[in-house]
Structure formats: structure tokens, C-alpha cells
Design a protein around this ligand. Structure first.
Ligand code: 0O2
Length: 228
């Protein structure tokens, strides 16, 4: 089979492009859902709280191109805007983020283009999230097109902070007074403390449950004994 075409090489109609990004979103979303179901099946545990996905609005695409010094054209949009198709996976605990990222990285038909770990290296704003830029092959009737999707993986607390910070910053169009930026960074620190505490609590609960299970008599054995 011919080498897959990368979105941008000769694909020029807006509708075709949006159709491809929508298809790529569906593919990646299904993969993430299957990984979550498998995790539930094997470990009796659900690492994902919820998944959101979106196609970036034309206004947002144009704004981003302008911000980065590019003219608004379909070619530039496909080449320089990496998050036109975006999926946000919200996990219970920080440790789940890394497990999930590893599982996504191992999917044979996804190509990981880049990873940005804003959890280990938060942005100056205080933003924390794990970003993976991947391509997924979209099989059309006459060709295969590798299409970019940005996957953002974060905890509920990180998502809470990022959503509110996004709203606040939009109000100031990026020029928030210093004391607001400082307070937001402080809130980001609180979010990290909360995540660390919840993770610690979860680990303590799991240990306590395990200890209970090993010290308690086997319920089935009691039943057998009673009715023998
Ligand atoms: P919107 O409106 O959410 O779509 P690159 O994609 O690598 O060319 P970019 O865009 O700087 O360069 O990549 P990065 O850092 O991975 O950021 C992509 C997205 O992450 C942003 O998209 C936001 O959604 C989110 N993000 C990054 N930094 C921040 C931050 O400080 N605060 C919040 N709340 N979100 C952030 P957009 O297009 O900037 O915005």
C-alpha cells in the first residue's frame, strides 16, 4: 500500500479537512474508551473520570495563526495549528495520567509526534496537564491520511484550575494584572497539594483494604463450613 498522505499534502477544502479531523477525533476517542474498559475489566478500576473532545473554532484557529505570525490559510492551519482536533481525558489521580499516556503510546496505529509534560514542568501561568500530539491514519476509499490530534490528559483538579484560568484570562485578553496571575499560580500550587493528598489517601485506602482482606476469614469457606 502507498505511504499514507499527511494532512496538508494536497488536501485543500475546508469541509474535507473538518471531516478528517472529526474522523480522527472519533478514532482516538474510541481508543481511549477501549483502554478504559480494558482497565476496568482487568483491574476492576476506572482511571478515567470523563472525556471531552472538540474541533477548534475557525475564530480560534485564525487567532492562533495570527498569534504565531502566520497568515490565515488552510495550508498554514493544517501545518501550524496542532490542536484543531483536541481530546481531553480527565483522570482520577496523577498516577493514572502516566499509565494512560504509556498505554496510548503503545497503540500501534498511533504515531506520537511530541509530548509536553506540563505536570513535571508546569507553565509559568501555573498550567498543568500532559499533552500528546499524535497522528492517526484515516482510511478513505482511495487513500490513507495521517491526521493530527492533540490529547490533553489531566486530573479533575488540574482541569478545574485550567477551565477557570482560561475564562479569567479571556476576560483580560492575556493582560491580567500581576496580582491575579500571582494568585492563579498560588491556586495551581493548591491544586497540586490536593492531587497529592488524594493520591496518598487512595493508596492508604487500597493498603487498608488489602490488609482487611488478608486478615478476614474467607467468606466462602464459612459458607461451606455451615452447610456441610
Ligand atoms: P484553546 O482556546 O484552549 O484552544 P503547539 O500546539 O505546540 O504549536 P501551543 O498551542 O502553545 O503550541 O501548545 P500547548 O502549550 O500544548 O497548548 C495547547 C493548548 O493547551 C492550549 O490551546 C490550551 O488549551 C492549553 N493551554 C496551554 N497553556 C495553557 C494555560 O496557561 N492555561 C490554560 N488554561 N490552558 C493552557 P490554545 O489554542 O492556546 O487555547
Amino acid at each position: 500500500m502507498d505511504k499514507p498522505l499527511t494532512l496538508g499534502e494536497g488536501i485543500d477544502s475546508w469541509n474535507t479537512i473538518i471531516f478528517l479531523y472529526n474522523s480522527a477525533l472519533k478514532e482516538v476517542k474510541t481508543k481511549v474508551e477501549i483502554l478504559n474498559d480494558e482497565f476496568q475489566q482487568v483491574h476492576r478500576y476506572n482511571p478515567i473520570e470523563y472525556v471531552k473532545s472538540r474541533i477548534k473554532s475557525p475564530e480560534s484557529i485564525v487567532k492562533k495563526l495570527k498569534r504565531n505570525g502566520y497568515e490565515s490559510s488552510i495550508d498554514n492551519m493544517v501545518t501550524y495549528v496542532n490542536d484543531i482536533a483536541g481530546i481531553r481525558v480527565v483522570c482520577s489521580f496523577t498516577s493514572d495520567i502516566y499509565k494512560l499516556a504509556e498505554m496510548i503510546g503503545k497503540q500501534n496505529d498511533l504515531t506520537v509526534i511530541s509530548v509536553k509534560d506540563y505536570i513535571r514542568h508546569p507553565k509559568d501561568s501555573g498550567y498543568k496537564s500532559y499533552h500528546m500530539l499524535v497522528t492517526v491514519p484515516i482510511y478513505l476509499s482511495d487513500r490513507i491520511i495521517d491526521t493530527k490530534v492533540e490529547i490533553q490528559i489531566r486530573t479533575m483538579a488540574m482541569d478545574f484550575w485550567a477551565s477557570l484560568e482560561h475564562k479569567i484570562y479571556y476576560k483580560f485578553e492575556g493582560n491580567a494584572p500581576e496580582y491575579i496571575s500571582r494568585d492563579l499560580r498560588e491556586c495551581s500550587g493548591i491544586v497540586s497539594m490536593l492531587d497529592a493528598k488524594m493520591l496518598q489517601l487512595n493508596e492508604a485506602i487500597l493498603e487498608a483494604k488489602e490488609a482487611q482482606a488478608t486478615s478476614a476469614p474467607d467468606k466462602d469457606a464459612i459458607k461451606v463450613g455451615k452447610y456441610r
